[in-house]
Design a protein around this ligand. Structure first.
Ligand code: HAM
Length: 423
């Protein structure tokens, strides 16, 4: 029997994991700049965290992994981060100690979707949730944070799209107008859109079906049905985005996959050749009813999440490398048993000084050891043979400049500290 991975999942092999680590390190620095704190919530939640009366999205109704545990409790693997973070915010009464909770998270999510390029059944997100204030500057900060992430990475073929669905009243209002527009055309709609007409008509705006698209050319749009308050709110967010020097455009047709949004929604989209159809790198928006609908106090929220696989895919396509050139400080190359023994002792010494060090354990000759050193992306080689050992010396070679010097073994730590700027 040969064992295979679950459909829609993937392994991150050792060659790839430095890319993940580099991205993780990078975004954590950005979160720190914006003063967000990490929250870690469980991967599984009771199903009612996600399956709520007010959430009719396909993603939650059809695409979640649900199962009964041994005590017949209904559990769901989280399909996204927001609902779990809100559950934790309420359960831990975070609102009692913080007027405003600025939280970030990172981790796996699960959706039973049809796998394709950029779409998996287990995928990783990082994201933020800010709960406790309704302030256009805050919405702008959250969008500016997402923008800072892509800008700092150096991604070029990426744009920020924003839209507003308005407050509850604007949304209800618009939903009725949209339904009235679509009802007479019902028979011409795709099966998917027909099914959405009652429960989730907003998503029809976003249909990729060519006939739906044609029918929707002059469909009413949410922005044209905002209440005055919601209109003003959107204007203020745009003004604040300009102040924060965020480049964005308004996409009047932008709607999101989840139902909990109101007011501003946004997406970070890739327009990079070869990226594929799953071009949303990240998305988010405001959710002012969610905390209450999960049984908490009435607290407004706003947030976003990025898909890490898609972000890494975009970086690859644009030739952006976040991985440092050198992953290892030193690789020992030895020629005989006596120098190998000395190298093993020195390896221990250098590790105690926090250098990353490796030597060969698979009996390779000189050439094989050199190859391994380069595969390991070692910055320096320490080359030790019989004659050097007899003199208490060792050769130190920089793999980049190929410069080689002979040093006293006793000075090894001091010299490496100087060269590698260790403190
Ligand atoms: P979402 O748009 O469903 O929003 O997902 C955010 C991002 O996760 C997407 O833009 C995409 O990059 C990635 N993603 C989603 N599904 C998959 C998949 N099957 N395979 C690979 N990547 C995927 C949310 O999840 C909201 N919780 C965002 C949010 C936070 N809104 C407010 N706060």
């Amino acid at each position: 029997m040969s064992l295979v991975k679950v459909k829609g999942t993937y392994d991150v092999l050792p060659e790839e994991s430095p890319k993940w680590q580099a991205l993780e390190t990078y975004v954590k620095k950005v979160f720190k700049k914006f003063n967000y704190q990490e929250i870690r919530t469980p991967i599984m939640e009771y199903s009612n965290v996600f399956h709520r009366e007010d959430e009719n999205s396909d993603m939650v109704t059809k695409e979640t992994y649900n199962f009964l545990d041994k005590s017949d409790r209904s559990l769901t693997l989280r399909p996204e981060g927001t609902a779990g973070v809100v559950r934790s915010y309420i359960e831990n009464k975070i609102y009692a100690s913080k007027d405003l909770a600025k939280l970030w998270y990172m981790g796996p999510n699960f959706r039973y979707e049809r796998p394709q390029k950029g779409r998996y059944r287990q995928f990783s997100q990082f994201g933020v949730e800010v709960i406790g204030a309704m302030d256009p500057y805050l919405d702008a900060e959250v969008i500016a944070l997402a923008y800072d992430i892509i800008k700092g990475l150096g991604l070029k073929g990426v744009s920020v799209k924003i839209n507003s669905l308005g407050d509850k009243k604007s949304k209800e209002n618009y939903m009725n107008v949209l339904k009235a527009f679509l009802e007479p055309k019902k028979d011409l709609l795709s099966e998917d859109s027909k099914a959405r007409l009652d429960k989730n008509p907003l998503r029809i705006l976003d249909s990729k079906d060519p006939q739906d698209k044609a029918l929707l050319v002059d469909a009413p749009l949410p922005l044209d049905h905002l209440t005055d308050d919601a209109k003003l709110n959107f204007e203020k967010i745009k003004e604040a985005l300009d102040l924060a020097e965020v480049k964005y455009s308004v996409d009047k047709r932008l709607v999101r996959g989840l139902d909990y949004y109101s007011y501003v929604v946004f997406e970070i989209q890739a327009d990079i050749e070869g990226f594929g159809s799953q071009n949303a790198l990240g998305g988010g928006g405001r959710y002012n009813e969610l905390v209450e609908s999960l049984g908490g106090p009435s607290k407004p929220g706003v947030g976003f999440a990025f898909g890490m696989e898609r972000l890494l895919g975009a970086l690859d396509l644009e030739g952006i490398n976040l991985v440092p050139d050198n992953l290892l400080d030193v690789y020992f190359i030895t020629f005989d048993e006596a120098s190998r023994k000395e190298a093993f002792r020195l390896q221990n010494l250098l590790r105690s000084e926090n250098f990353s060090v490796e030597l060969n354990y698979t009996g390779k000759a000189f050439k094989g050891q050199l190859k391994e050193a380069l595969n390991n992306k070692a910055k320096y080689l320490l080359i030790l043979g019989e004659s050097e050992l007899a003199m208490g010396k060792i050769n130190l070679k920089n793999t980049e400049t190929e410069e080689q010097i002979q040093i006293d073994i006793k000075d090894i730590t001091a010299i490496l500290k100087e060269k590698l700027h260790h403190v």
